[in-house]
Design a protein around this ligand. Structure first.
Ligand code: ADP
Length: 457
């Protein structure tokens, strides 16, 4: 599988996972919202039925007749109710009067039962096929033969004469029952409407989630892909860098082996080349190992306080000979008070020495190099300035890349590997430092390193 396919498959997998997880979250929250909406409507509906029943109950109780045969009096009280066994008046004004302010009055029906549960009267708009015998459960939901659901509330009615009646004739404490019910058609229609909205909206939202997860997984893969490409580039560059000196080394060894023993002078020259290439290879491998150990932070050594004054004085002394040999004036400016930073002394040493070595390498004879150390508040600044060949602005962002050389010819002449500044950058990063470069072609360059000073006292 090539890398392109691998990344594509990972992206698809990531997008699918993301869409799947989002789908589950969305369905759970959708279901929760649906339940909450339906429950809220159901509660409002029951409250409405209960309040109508309460109002009717309160206004009926004082005027209920005491007689055991109440139909005649009931007709007087409720002329709009139909009495069982008698012709029905079709004007449901009673229920209308008691449901003033309620949106859909015709959806309600009322029924009156005696204390034996026998139906006495009912409103003309009651649902067909309603059972004639009372079911005394407070709340009931039932479905008619035509599939319409009804919900009803039943409560006991006590007559004002109930106590009187109880003591004389009847063993029943109540006068009878009142039942208020309503069709659940609008409620069910509303619930179905919400279900439809979810059924249509969910796939739509899920498609949007799928599209955005594809896009997001692309974004997430980008840095990984980039770093993978960089790694590939690095391997290719490393192989290339190792191949050239190795090829030259092998060619020289083969030539030496074929040469007559008498040609000692020639053999020596070739052996020198072999040695030089061998050293270059060894240096390259050492640099690569150092770079990877810095980047992986594998050093077992702990950060310790390092005195930068000593470090810079030592380095300028060390490079003085090389600078003099190259006819370059090297100077350093170090303050009298001691500046400490927390870090790996060896790595910091390597960092500054790489900068000075580069300054010497890329400064023609007669040039100046200065190494400055200063402290501003808690920021320590190390500056390596030279009056060398400079770096074109377009190349400046790339010089810290591994194996990158501004102009391979000019640095190959000086024996550079292109790893020097990559090592500098890696060390600065490990020390949470900031590295920057300012340079002008043929004018010179300034490399500035900012670190945080160690506070003493
Ligand atoms: P090299 O081993 O080739 O010197 P570096 O990583 O140290 O590799 O530097 C990368 C490139 O940056 C070099 O090829 C060189 O062209 C440029 N460079 C670095 N330091 C300087 C400097 N002080 N002056 C001019 N060019 C520089």
């Amino acid at each position: 599988m090539n890398s392109h396919q691998l990344f594509r498959r990972s992206r698809i997998r990531l997008a699918l996972w993301y869409a799947g997880v989002m789908g589950v979250i969305l369905s759970l929250s959708g279901f929760g919202i649906y339940r909450a909406l339906v429950q809220a409507k159901w509660t409002a509906l029951e409250r409405e039925i209960e309040s109508i029943a309460g109002t009717l109950h309160d206004s009926l109780e004082p005027i209920l007749p005491a007689s055991e045969e109440p139909t005649a009096i009931l007709q007087q009280i409720f002329p709009e109710l139909c009495l069982v066994g008698q012709p029905c008046n079709m004007s449901p004004t009673l229920i209308q009067r008691h449901t003033t302010g309620i949106s859909d009055r015709n959806t309600y029906y009322i029924r009156l039962f005696d204390d034996q549960g026998k139906l006495l009267a009912f409103s003309p708009n009651q649902a067909s096929h309603l059972p004639q015998i009372l079911n005394p459960a407070t709340w009931q939901t039932w479905r008619s033969s035509d599939g319409i659901r009804y919900h009803q509330f039943t409560t006991i009615l006590h007559s004002a004469h109930a106590h009187h009646m109880l003591s004389k004739t009847s063993s029943h404490p109540s006068w009878g029952y009142i039942q208020i019910g309503r069709t659940l058609e609008p409620f069910d229609a509303e619930a179905r409407r919400i279900q439809w909205i979810f059924a249509v909206g969910f796939p739509l939202v899920l498609s949007l989630v799928a599209i955005s997860s594809w896009w997001l997984s692309g974004l997430a893969m980008q840095p990984i892909y980039q770093s993978y490409r960089q790694q590939q580039q690095f391997t290719a560059n490393a192989a290339h860098e190792l191949r050239s000196p190795l090829a030259s080394l092998l060619a020289n060894v083969e030539a030496v082996l074929r040469m007559p023993q008498s040609d000692w002078q020639q053999i020596q020259t070739m052996l020198h080349t072999v040695e030089r290439q061998g050293r270059r290879l060894s240096q390259l491998i050492t640099d690569l190992l150092l770079l990877s150990s810095i980047e992986q932070n594998t050093s077992s050594e702990q950060f310790k306080p390092c005195c930068l004054n000593d470090l810079i004085n030592d380095l300028s002394e060390e490079f003085l000979e090389l600078a003099v040999a190259s006819d370059i004036k090297l100077s350093s400016h170090v303050p009298t008070h001691l500046i400490y930073v927390l870090g790996h002394e060896q790595q910091l040493y390597r960092l500054v020495s790489n900068l000075i070595a580069n300054a010497i390498q890329y400064t023609p004879p007669g040039g100046l190099i200065s190494i400055d150390l200063e402290q501003r508040d808690r920021t320590v600044i190390v500056m390596v300035k030279d009056t060398g060949i400079g770096i074109p602005p377009s190349e400046q962002p790339r010089i810290f890349e591994r194996f990158y050389r501004v102009n391979s010819d000019r640095s190959r002449k000086t024996g550079g590997t292109g790893l020097g500044l990559a090592i500098v950058q890696a060390i600065a990063k490990v020390h949470s430092g900031q590295l920057s470069v300012e340079s002008q072609l043929e004018q010179g360059s300034v490399f500035t390193l900012k670190l945080t000073a160690l506070a003493y006292g």
